[in-house]
Design a protein around this ligand. Structure first.
Ligand SMILES: Nc1ncnc2c1ncn2[C@@H]1O[C@H](COP(=O)(O)OP(=O)(O)O)[C@@H](O)[C@H]1O
Ligand SMILES: N[C@@H](CCC(=O)OP(=O)(O)O)C(=O)O
Length: 363
């Protein structure tokens, strides 16, 4: 299928050196690639990472572990990141507009519609939207923690045809090549084959997601009806090749023929569960039907302490993970209650092959 709208995500490891310097050469090549595909009519939305790494370098401190300090680093580095990128875009005769999104924006319908309207307006004005996570104000508990998922949710938001995740390796391997010698690149991977991959977090100390967050992003994309390619930012003409077919080497994760709601994908892949509900067989069957809410009477055990509104994992007694959802009750109020624990609107089944009655048809 020809690509008319592309979301390209460029990771920290591509845009910064190990010392936290901005990699102007790579950035310049990618901006030129974006210019080239725009000239053949492809609309492009860019998601970038690297604010924290640049901020750490600017303030000449060690990379902090503490969230508030990381957020402060991001506030400093974001200015440099967008400043450097804006210079490159302007030099290549493109206008850019910055959007900082928080994860909650995908859980709140009004915020979601606001973000979508602004993005659409930027595209109408022929401006390239450049997005990063709004680290400085993101809620610690439910941060994305990485921009891969953010990019995938943005791909859903703008009805992209393709999500291109650019990183430091040519794609997904069966194991992390930085840790396992002889790891093999997987050229094509279906969402239900992810167990073939030993995907681990980043060890670069700069990027935060690693390959596991890229696979989560690919799942979101697939369930949004969007194809996903994972490739190296250093592959020559990678953006041009991605819209014309595919770059070699790369990993292609094909779209599923559904478009689930963004809110559901946010619940499934971008919230951090604060507890677990172990449910009985009747509740498991009801959940599997895809149309039922989880009633508190079907919950056998509650693990963890959380307040109403928290994200929870829903598991069967044999340990099978069934779903994620936002629980309407405090953890202490579930057992013995006859109320709805997780409403079907706040529930996301975790099996990609599920039938989703809320799925919107593809456009
Ligand atoms: N199965 C895998 N295949 C490829 N890379 C993997 C795998 N598992 C873990 N990784 C790690 O993911 C890293 C890329 O993620 P990350 O450092 O977060 O980059 P980015 O900044 O581009 O998001 C790779 O450098 C690699 O060490
Ligand atoms: N918002 C953060 C993103 C960190 C992050 O997700 O990094 P990466 O794994 O490289 O996409 C930043 O700009 O530093």
């Amino acid at each position: 299928m020809p690509v008319s709208r592309l979301v390209v995500k460029i990771g920290t490891t591509s845009l910064t050196t190990a010392d936290g310097e901005f990699r102007a050469g790579i950035a310049q090549a990618l901006v030129q690639g974006i210019g080239a595909v725009r000239r053949i009519g492809v609309e492009v939305v860019v998601v970038v990472s690297g604010a924290i790494a640049l901020g750490v370098r600017r303030l000449a401190v060690a990379r902090p572990a503490e969230t508030t300090r990381l957020q402060a680093m991001s506030a400093v580095g974001q200015i440099e990141l967008l400043g450097q990128l804006a210079l490159l875009f302007h030099a290549n005769e493109m206008e850019v507009g910055q959007i900082l999104l928080a994860p909650q924006d995908f859980g709140d319908r009004r915020q979601y519609l606001h973000a979508r309207a602004t993005l659409q307006e930027l595209l109408r004005l022929d401006v390239v939207p450049v997005i990063n996570e709004n680290d400085a104000v993101a809620n610690e508990e439910i941060r994305f923690g990485d921009n891969d998922r953010l990019a995938a949710l943005v791909a859903h938001l703008v009805h992209a045809d393709l999500l291109l995740l650019l990183t430091d390796l040519p794609g997904v391997y069966d194991a992390d090549p930085h840790r396992v010698s002889g790891a093999r690149l997987l050229e094509r991977l279906e969402v239900d084959e992810f167990e073939r991959v030993q995907a681990l977090g980043s060890i670069s100390g700069r990027g935060s997601g690693g390959m596991s967050s890229k696979l989560a992003a690919a799942s979101i994309a697939a369930r949004s009806g969007v194809d996903c390619l994972i490739a190296s930012a250093e592959t020559a003409s990678v953006i041009e090749h991605a819209v014309q077919g595919r770059p070699h080497p790369s990993t292609h994760i094909p779209a599923l023929g559904v478009r689930e709601s963004a809110r559901r994908l946010w619940i499934a892949y971008a919230t951090d569960p604060e507890g677990r509900l172990v449910v009985d067989d009747g509740a498991r069957r009801a959940l599997r039907s895809g149309t039922a809410s989880l009633l508190a009477v079907g919950v056998r055990e509650v693990l963890g302490r959380f307040m109403a509104g928290a994200s929870v994992e829903i598991v069967a007694a044999d340990g099978e993970i069934l779903a994620r959802g936002l629980c309407r009750l405090d953890s202490s109020a579930i057992l013995g209650s006859r109320a709805i624990a997780v409403h079907r609107d706040d529930l996301a089944l975790l099996n990609a092959a599920e039938v989703d009655d809320h799925a919107e048809p593809l456009r």
